[in-house]
Design a protein around this ligand. Structure first.
Ligand SMILES: [Zn+2]
Length: 607
């Protein structure tokens, strides 16, 4: 594993000028203690993207993206953590020890190099006489020299030996070509895509990650063959045509999703440049996040047959939790955009895309038209749709959908609400995780935790020496509590809360352990937001007073809760007198212990 040494990360954080770095991509204006601009990760008209110089962090109050210099590069340029760290180090003239470079990230670069060689060979081959049938096939599908060049469409020579030879000449070992998925091996190595038309699958920056290959005749099976997954090619997260679509997505403020290479090309010919295609997989949560970083609105253009309608539903399951607004167009059954372009022309295809409707409306209509008269049918219809509606994270939008579904099925809205609630509790574990928080009254203690956090950020000595569990246990489990725990630990340990450092550490840990730090993300977001709000800045005395005030309020709330529970136990006889007495004594004990751990103002200066 290539780990960037901790000191190197520290030097990067020390030297980098976040406003300068982000300012190259976003126009920033000074506003109070922060700089603000239009967020590069979602489309917006009023700036909610904040950069804080002192803390070297950024955060968007619109879409929630945020982090430090390294994470900005990762997200903006689609780099891995070590790649982003090394890019910054190079720019700042910081040396990264050599042996650290030649690990996993080095492999990624070499795989990309092999792909580049393959792409050059394929693009060259399609212009040669031997590729005449390939060019004829493309011409029959309406694709000429322009599209071939713009999309880098190529041809893998049928002999199957050309790529091997080219890689060898460039000093790329066959084993690496095999690892990139370009070469297969029986008794000797051969080109996986030999005799096929090739489509380079590229990341947002245009780097080739893998290839799709189409046979020239429908008799050869399989019709489409993709290079297999490799350390750089993950089907769950790539889109075909993404790098050409990104600028158009920003302009059009939407992304259009289609299902195949030729469909993506048809969209280009119809002037719908903001289209991307999945490469032989259904949409995944990773795809959804990649779209959400660039736009809020997604238009699905699928075949109108049974499979296409199901695909709309399963796409909604991954797109909705990301807060995407999803519309869909169902094409006449059995037809894809490529066919329609031929039948109806560019104008016709474009009009179809523009006729997109909210996808959930479409799904509701489909379920209702299957029959919704008997109590059983109504119950089935609501049960089928509740899990989808439950995934809409915005409360207003969700309640409007509940109203519409209730109207369509002709039941009380409260019955739909109940079904939504049940779907949330009963869903399969991984689906439940993706569900938005159930609607509940915000617990004031979570706000108080943010107050404590704001105070500790300004006056780290308030953290005392811990243990902090006692203080944190006064707040219900929530991202705010997680953020408070992080800040208290950092303050006690380092004497100061360096938010950018906490982030970088979490990032590096995620990288080393194979990206398992998602659970921490919500806490980090709260930490960042509170740091950017900058309450109590320049007023440490006020921070101190607020801290102690909130701690005693939390203690009182916790005691009230305990008394309430005791009373309840006494009323319903679930607790015996002896148990009640023991409970009450434990409460007193807890309180005494707590007041020892949380330091009072007079001792607050020491730590
Ligand atoms: Zn944003």
């Amino acid at each position: 594993m290539a780990r960037i040494p901790e000191e190197t990360l520290h030097t990067i954080r020390d030297r980098v000028d976040l406003v300068d770095l982000i300012g190259r991509h976003v126009q920033l204006k000074k506003s109070g203690r922060n700089f603000v601009g239009l967020c590069p990760f979602h489309s917006e008209k009023t700036p909610s993207f904040n950069v804080n110089v002192e803390r070297q962090i950024f955060h968007c109050f619109g879409c929630g993206e945020g982090g430090n210099a390294i994470t900005f590069l990762m997200k903006h340029e689609n780099l891995t953590f070590p790649e982003a760290a090394r890019t910054l180090a190079r720019e700042l003239g910081i040396e990264v020890p050599e042996n650290e470079v030649s690990g996993e990230a080095g492999l990624g670069e070499r795989l990309r190099g092999a792909n580049l060689t393959a792409q050059a060979l394929y693009a060259e081959a399609i212009t040669r006489p031997q590729a005449e049938p390939a060019r004829e096939y493309l011409a029959r599908r309406g694709l000429g020299a322009d599209e071939i060049e713009r999309f880098g469409i190529g041809f893998a020579p049928a002999s199957g030996r050309a790529l091997l030879g080219r890689l060898e000449r460039e000093g790329v070992p066959a084993s690496l070509g095999q690892q990139a998925g370009l070469l297969g091996r029986r008794d000797h190595h051969f080109d996986m895509l030999r005799g096929r038309i090739t489509f380079p699958i590229q990341d947002a920056r245009g780097q080739v990650l893998g290839f799709g290959g189409r046979t020239l005749s429908d008799e050869t099976k399989p019709k489409y063959l993709n290079t297999p997954e490799s350390p750089i090619y993950k089907k769950r997260e790539v889109f075909y045509g993404l790098h050409l679509a990104v600028p158009a997505m920003r302009r059009a403020e939407r992304a259009v999703v289609v299902e195949g290479y030729f469909d993506r090309l048809a969209m280009h010919r119809a002037g719908v440049e903001e289209a991307v295609a999945t490469c032989g997989t259904a949409l995944t949560a990773e795809h959804a996040r990649a779209l959400r970083r660039r736009t809020r609105r997604v238009v699905l253009v699928f075949d109108g047959d049974e499979a296409g309608q199901k695909a709309v539903e399963s796409s909604l399951q991954v797109l909705l939790p990301e807060g995407l607004r999803v519309e869909s167009v169902l094409l006449p059954s059995g037809q894809d955009p490529d066919d329609l372009l031929v039948a109806e022309g560019a104008e016709g295809l474009r009009a179809r895309v523009e006729s997109a409707e909210p996808a959930l409306d479409l799904v509701i209509r489909r379920v209702v038209t299957r029959g919704c008269n008997t109590p059983w049918e109504k119950s089935d219809a609501v049960a089928a749709l509740a899990p989808l509606i439950g995934r809409v994270p915005e409360a207003v939008e969700r309640s409007e959908l509940v109203r519409r579904l209730a109207l369509a099925v002709d039941v009380e809205a409260s019955a739909v609400e109940q079904a939504l609630y049940n779907a949330r509790r009963g869903g399969e574990p991984e689906a439940r995780e993706a569900m938005p928080e159930p609607p509940r009254r915000a617990d004031p203690r979570e706000h108080w935790a943010r107050d404590l956090l704001a105070a500790v950020l300004v006056e780290p000595s308030l953290a005392g020496t811990g243990p902090h569990e006692a203080l944190c246990s006064l707040v219900p489990a929530s991202p705010a509590r997680g953020a408070l725990a992080l800040a208290l630990a950092e303050a006690a340990h380092a004497g100061v809360v360096d938010v950018a450092a906490i982030e970088a550490e979490a990032e590096a840990e995620a990288e080393a352990s194979g990206a398992a730090a998602e659970s921490n993300a919500a806490a980090l977001t709260v930490l960042r937001m509170v740091a950017l709000e900058g309450r109590f800045a320049d007023a440490p005395e006020q921070a101190r007073r607020a801290f102690h005030d909130v701690v005693s309020r939390l203690e009182d709330a916790s005691d009230r809760e305990a008394r309430r529970q005791r009373r309840r136990g006494w009323e319903d006889h679930s607790l015996s007198d002896a148990e009640l007495l023991a409970e009450a004594q434990q409460g007193v004990e807890r309180r005494r212990r707590r007041s020892k751990h949380v330091q009072r103002p007079q001792s607050g200066a020491a730590h």
